[in-house]
Ligand binder design. Structure first.
Ligand code: 3NM
Ligand code: MG
Length: 515
């Protein structure tokens, strides 16, 4: 038996001998190939075979894993583990209890327990678990009767519990993890003090046409910073003045670089949003067809997904585009319009959020609450209403930003923005913004343009966009030719243009109006 502390859990293979996953391949060969590709620990899991067959295969796996110096664990069956001299066992919540297993196998054995709740984690830790298998993360055909799908949020909660317990127990996430989501699972699950030690994978390796290549690809994804997280500054607490002095440069950068801003937005605001992006110096394209996203995503622009006119076909287009931009690492802003308004939208919200990583999520109070899973009373329309205090709104954006590892924005008479570390409010704006349609959507498009022009500090880019937008609205509303919402719209476009043009010619007087 090996030293449990020295085990590398980074790429944990769980086997499956069923036709549906293994096909007609030989399991022992698959295990050997996948270790050669980068698997660091193996669990032999076979829920169907008879004991003699289990021991036969376990012996073959023992000899392969021993020669390749990788630990072998057996799922559930202590007798099989003892019979072949495995390094330990993995037990589920319905299997033998951890304390008994520990007593039978001794202190050096590796014993892992599957947990989906904080309470299960405490029991596993008390019983002497070496590691926790956290899951089920995503729904997966490999485990049809999964007890609960906890999402990346659930993984975070368990990592936080372990931080509170001050336990050094190791962790792997399991359930539906593959090359598309492994980086997001690792990145978004980390809490301030604890990250996953690895991921456990069944079909992503066993069902792959070439298990060695699949393991290599997964290992390399695990070891590289995801494209969507590159160039992100985290943890630099700065005063707002420190950020404000940098804003003229960001505003000019947008006009100079004319970033492509790809909008998948609703029927109501396409024209308005495209004009606003042009006015601040960006290059808008309004393209709702997912097929186009891959080639657009190569241009280094940004994507806005605005679910204001959501349809089933729309959702699959969004997901295709989200995947393309995540893959290339360029910014994506999500505007969950009317997220809590209907059951359909709540479902759409879940599907879209599970489909990829968003650099920014922007919504009004009820939308942000819906994204946080907090709304129980139904939102009436897509317009905003408010019931929380300033402090509550600030903590909503902070909570969302921490949860998603991104920038969150809550819009309203006062806007709130946070990257989890820095939380600010913007008090500029005009009452007319709430008297016209699409003002929020336009803000989303402007932020996205700023995010793609200025990559190194997302919060700075967002704040710059918000101030340009809110102060332009203020200046427009003050104009003598503006008599109401109708005359406000063209004046607002003018002022977006004027402010950004003035800034790029060296005049940033407008910033003095920032509140
Ligand atoms: N245990 P795949 S999920 C074996 O949640 C197993 O405890 C789970 O398979 C749990 O990588 C799971 O193919 C199957 O999605 C994971
Ligand atoms: Mg079991």
């Amino acid at each position: 038996m090996s030293d449990a502390m020295a085990v590398d859990y980074s790429l944990y293979l769980v086997t499956d001998s069923t036709e549906a996953v293994l096909g007609d391949k030989d399991l022992a060969t698959v295990v050997r190939d996948s270790i050669n590709g980068g698997v660091t620990i193996v669990q032999y899991r076979d829920k169907k075979s008879e004991t003699a067959e289990l021991i036969g295969m376990a012996k073959r796996l023992r000899s392969i894993t021993s020669s390749l110096k990788v630990p072998l664990l057996i799922n559930d069956r202590l007798d099989v583990a003892l019979a072949v001299g495995a390094d330990g066992v993995h037990i589920g919540q319905d299997d033998m209890d951890i304390s008994t297993a520990r007593k039978l196998l001794g202190p050096k054995a590796i014993i892992g327990v599957t947990c989906s709740t904080r309470a299960e984690v405490r029991m596993a830790v008390d019983g002497g678990a070496s590691y926790i298998g956290i899951g089920t993360v995503f729904a997966t055909p490999t485990k049809e009767n999964a007890k609960s799908i906890i999402g990346i949020v659930g993984v975070r909660a368990i990592l936080q519990e372990l931080t509170c317990l001050k336990e050094q127990v190791k962790t792997v996430a399991i359930g539906g993890i593959n090359t598309f989501n492994v980086q997001r699972v690792m990145y978004q699950s980390q809490s301030s003090s604890k990250a996953l030690d690895g991921v456990a994978i069944v079909s992503g390796i066993i069902a792959a046409p070439d298990p060695r290549l699949a393991a290599m690809r997964l290992q390399s994804l695990m070891r590289t910073t995801p494209a969507f997280a590159l160039g992100v500054s985290i943890g630099a607490s700065q005063s707002v003045d420190h950020l404000l002095v940098k804003i003229p440069d960001v505003v000019s950068e947008v006009r100079r670089t004319k970033p492509l801003c790809h909008n998948m937005t609703n029927l109501v605001v396409q024209n308005f949003a495209a004009n606003a992006v042009l006015c601040i110096g960006g290059s808008p394209i309004m393209a709702n067809f997912g097929e186009e996203a891959e080639s657009l995503a190569r241009h280094g622009g940004s994507l806005v997904i605005n679910m204001g006119s959501v349809t089933p076909e729309g959702i699959s287009n969004y997901l295709q585009a989200l995947n393309a931009y995540n893959h290339h690492g360029f910014p994506v802003l999500f505007d969950p319009v009317g997220a809590g308004a209907t059951q359909t939208r709540r479902e759409a919200l879940k599907t879209i959020m599970a489909g990829g990583y968003f650099h920014v999520i922007k919504g009004n109070e009820s939308e942000i609450k819906a994204v946080l899973g907090q709304t129980d009373q139904q939102q009436k329309g897509v317009d905003s209403s408010s019931s929380s205090s300033a402090l509550e709104k600030a903590s909503l954006v902070k909570e969302l930003a921490i949860k998603e590892g991104n920038v969150a924005i809550l819009t309203g008479a006062t806007d709130y923005l946070s990257d989890g570390d820095r939380t600010y409010s913007v008090d500029n704006g005009s009452i007319y913004l709430s008297k016209i349609t699409g003002s929020g959507c336009v803000l989303g498009s402007i932020i996205a343009a700023y995010m793609s022009a200025h990559r190194s500090d997302r919060l700075l880019a967002t704040l710059a966009a918000m101030l340009v937008y809110e102060i332009a609205a203020e200046r427009a509303a003050e104009r003598s030719d503006v008599k109401g919402p109708g005359t406000f719209v063209p004046a607002f476009l003018d002022e977006l243009y004027n402010i950004t043009e003035e800034t790029s010619t060296g005049n940033s007087e407008w910033l003095k109006a920032a509140k």
